[in-house]
Design a protein around this ligand. Structure first.
Ligand code: GTP
Length: 224
């Protein structure tokens, strides 16, 4: 959907996903996740890293409209099918992407740690998200391009503070090195999967604690 997508394509994709959502059989949870944030923050790269485990360096070509990737993850022997929508960050596609917010179960909101304006725009993104999504949508804030520490414009503490203010989980990721990419997706998948099976009497899944525990587990090998 980079460059070659147009509005008709978007509609075709939307129709085809209505079919794919029925493919999930046996033990399976179907979740829709959307990637949003300014153009160039790394949404497509993050998705490619999660889906294919690779980073394609080179010139930047902006997403046109919207596209999706399906990925099945297994959490505690439960198959969770994630349908991940990659949206265009450019303003001119906003009305197309808004149409997809309503059906989203989770939303990953990205900024680029080397780009201050992408961070400054997060508040506006959150206002928009709250306007168009369902009230129980899971939101996670991601500071991407964490590998580019020499060009860092936003300290990690600033990202953490903003996330606390909006009560959303936060982590820094790198679509280039892959750090925290899988964790970001699996944490939201786990939160949603737990919600779907949890009895009201059971304690709620704590996504912040889950993320901290996972980071702790791998702290021996990670830089951030
Ligand atoms: N060093 C580094 N570069 C990255 C990272 N993520 C993305 N990039 C680069 O940043 C540029 C933009 O990445 P994209 O993934 O296309 O950004 P996008 O958010 O999908 O942009 P739009 O499609 O316009 O919304 C590309 O040149 C990527 O190679 C990262 O984690 N580290």
């Amino acid at each position: 959907w980079k460059q070659s997508h147009d509005k008709d394509n978007t509609n075709r994709i939307k129709n085809s996903t209505e079919n794919t959502s029925t493919i999930c059989v046996s033990v399976c949870v179907f979740l829709q996740t959307i990637l949003v944030g300014d153009s160039g923050v790394g949404k497509t790269s993050l998705l490619v890293q999660f889906d294919q485990g690779k980073f394609i360096p080179g010139s930047f070509s902006a997403t046109v409209g919207i596209g999706f990737t399906n990925k099945v993850v297994t959490l505690d022997e439960v198959k969770v099918k994630l349908q991940i929508w990659d949206t265009a960050g450019q303003e001119r596609f906003r009305s197309v992407t808004h149409a997809y917010y309503r059906d989203a179960h989770a939303l990953l909101l990205l900024y680029d740690i080397t780009n201050k304006s992408s961070f400054d725009n997060i508040r506006a993104w959150l206002t928009e998200i709250h306007e168009y999504t369902q009230s129980d949508v899971v939101i996670m804030l991601l500071g991407n391009k964490a590998d580019m520490s020499s060009e860092r414009a936003i300290r990690r503490e600033e990202g953490e503070r903003l996330a606390r203010e909006y009560s959303v989980p936060f982590m820094e990721t790198s679509a280039m090195t892959g750090v925290n990419v899988e964790l970001a997706f699996t944490a939201v998948a786990r939160e949603l999967q737990q919600r779907s099976v949890q009895q009201p009497s059971e304690p709620r899944f704590q996504i912040h604690e889950y993320i901290d525990a996972q980071k702790e587990k791998s702290s021996c090998c990670r830089v951030f």
